[in-house]
Every structure is written in structure tokens, then in C-alpha cells.
Design a protein around this ligand. Sequence first.
Ligand SMILES: [Zn+2]
Length: 480
Amino acid sequence: MRFVFTIAVLLCAPVLATSQQTQLTYVVHYSAPGSERVRVSMTLPDAQPAALILVMPRAIPMAYGEQQFDRYVDPVLAFSESGESLPVQRSDGPRWTIGKAGARVRRIEYDVNLVRMEREILGASDSSRVRPAYVGLLGYSIFGFVDGFEDRPIRLQIDGPAGWPIFSTLAPQLPAATGSTAAQAASFYALADSQIAMGPKLQLQRLAGTVPLFVAFYAEGEVDTELHGKLALEAMEQVIAYFGSAPFRHYTTLIELLRPVSPEHRYGFSMEHLDSSTYYLSIDRGITSKSTAEQTGRERFNFAHHIAHAWVPKRAYGEGYFPFTWELAPMIDTIWLSEGFARYVAMEAVSAGRTESESKVYRQRTLDVLRGIVSESPAFIRRMTLVELSRVGSTRYSEDFRTGRNLFSRGALMAAEMDERIRERSAGKKTFRDGMRSLMTWSTRNRRAFRIVELPAILAEGTGVDTREVMEKWLQPLDR
Ligand SMILES: [Zn+2]
């Protein structure tokens, strides 16, 4: 152990030295309780020759849609090494041209109006928010990047009002730092995919699991925070057990249970991230001591589903997911897999806590619901292939949830049939789980997106069973 450790230190030392020189520094500054705005300041590794391009994300990883976060950014300022102010020009799309030829840019600074963002973005899961004693920030809604610097490591500093606890999913800790804290992100993607929460109304739990689970909680009503934590921990452990190991060193569930801002605002979607998931739901989804077994089961499943996404598609993905295109939602052919397989995995994972007969009933009931969704969908959707539907769903998965529901239902039914085929042909020795584990191994080894045609061979590596026929059947239109 010691020998390995010494080698690792020697290998890491020069890497750290260079990364400190090339890393960017982002400072998030939230000045006072109730303030509408957050200020973001980016310092480049060195003064860089102008003109540079600042880009704000419009596409959200795995949200299959766009939000124009650039609308809430104003003003944008830029400075040279000596602190001299440089010109900034708004360009087409979510872009700004920073500085002009001959100048060198050292620092870019901008404000984001969080109140306007929450008012105008109707899907609660896509927006940051500010309350008198709480602030919740989604990385991609407040962080922009300088074109060409996306792969640089980033040091993040977060400053809040004096005495406020501050929490970052990049470096979760309990007790939380107060007033100021810092974290490290490997790239812009990791930064944008992270979240920040702060304020006296933020409640934090650290639960001991295979890896530490942090539960960050903000509720605008009475709920049982401990029960939420317990359900999240059970779900995380069940999903880790399904895959056999955890791909993260810590995990956070960030839960906001909210009173609707307007009747038009929607509070139903949760979102997955690399090392965390966000649940921005209406307060009536909160679990209390009076909640039924069905309600707690539904929340445990919701946790399991979004935690499973940390494997698929966050770390094992089809083409279009990585590298991510921030300005336009990418066209993705495999949403049926990411959403459907993750749903099936979550279903199987939470079944681990049930008896065999309970599992059978649960499986039957869940698959019947999915079959119902598919059979009741409009004919024009039934006539689409899964790849066609995935491309349509790439930009309006939740906006027109008929596309989303069909994608996850048909994908999960494909997974269920693959599982049945694998169990039958291997005489019960292998299951779909072995296929999923081999997909993870393949993705870690190859560090690239898989292609649909490669999938049966990848699954067969772990199961010894060919599922190509099942996949091809489900990829076809349901009706001609
Ligand atoms: Zn999902």
C-alpha cells in the first residue's frame, strides 16, 4: 500500500503544479440576504489575448431541452491585468465578445438575476432560486465559460452573507463552512453540473453508506426530513448494490420542497448530475409521518431512478451526451436507453428489498403501467422508430411529455424483455444486471460514447446472451 501511495504522490506532484498554473478561478459572490442577484467573477490563468468569447449555457445536460440562461446575465464586465476596463459586446446566441484586438483579458465579471430567472423559467427543476434565508444555485444556470477553456481545471470560491452556511456538491461537508468556502472542479462540465446551496434555512444531513450521502434540504412547509434522508440512502445503497460499486466518492441529494410561484410553474421533474441529483418539487410531494407506503415507495423509486443516472447516461452514454454542446440541445439517438434502462435498473434495484412474491407483483404492475402508456399514445408517436422519437425528444422531452413518457416506457420494456431473454438463455445464471455492469466496464475502458449497433455485443460480454433481436424489435415503430 505504502509503495503504491509513494508512486501516486510522485506522479501527482508535477500534475498539480501545472494545473495550478493553468486553472481558472471562479468566485461566486452572494452579497446579502434577500439580494436578487449573484455575482460571478472568472479569473483566467494568465492575461489572455483578446478578443475572447464568453458563452452562457442554453442547453442543460440530460434535460433534453433549452433554457436561455444568458437572458438573466447583465451586466458583463471585463478587465485587463492592471484592472483597466475592457469593451464587451453582446453577440448572437448566448455569447459576448470580450475585449478587442491588442488587449489582454485577465478577469470577466457578471451578475445573474435569480429572481427574474425563477419568474420566467416555468420548470422548477431548471431554475435557481433565492429566498430570504436560502439560496439554491444550479451550476449551468449561473456559470459561463470562455470558449476554448472548457477543459481547464477550475478552483471555485463561494462567498455568502456572514454566518450563512454554504454547501457545494463538489466538496460537501458537515458542518458546512460559513461565510465562504472553496472547491475544485476538473472541468467546466463538472462545475456546471454541480450545485450550491446556502442560508440559515438550509438543512444538511450526512449519512453513512458505501460512500457518504449528503442530503441538502430546503422546505417551505412541514415535512419529515429524516425520512427523506432514509429513503435517499436506501435508494443509493440499492443502486450501488445493483451496479456492484459506486462511481463517485460522495453523493448529494439536493431537495427543495416549494410553494408554487405561480399556477403556470411546474414542479414535477427531478434532475441527475455526476455526483448529485436535484429534486425541486412542490411541497405536497413532501414525505411526512402520515405518508402512505405508496408515497414513500414512489419517492424511493424517484431517488433510485435519478441516482441510477449517475451510471447511465452520466458515465455510460450514447452519442451526443459528451462532449456536451452547451449552446444548442444536442440531438441524441439513445434517450430510450438512458431513460428506459435507468428506469428498469431503478425498478430492479428497489425490488432487492422485497420478497420474491412482492417483487413479482411490483414488476407486473410497473410493466403494466408502461405498457398502458405505450398503448394509449397517439398513433403518430406509435409510428415513430425509437431513434426518430429520441431525436424529437432531444429538445422537448418534458415540454411535450408524450415524447418523454414514450421514450422511457419503450426503453424500459425493451430492458425487461432483454432481462427475460438473458435469464431464460442462461438458465437463470445471468441477468440484465450483468449486461449493465459490462456496459459500465466497457465505458470506463473506452471513454467514449457507444453506438447502438455495438450495444448487443457489449451486453453479451457480461451475459453470454445475444439480445440483438429484442433490441431491433423495440427500435421499430409499434404500428405501421
Ligand atoms: Zn430520468
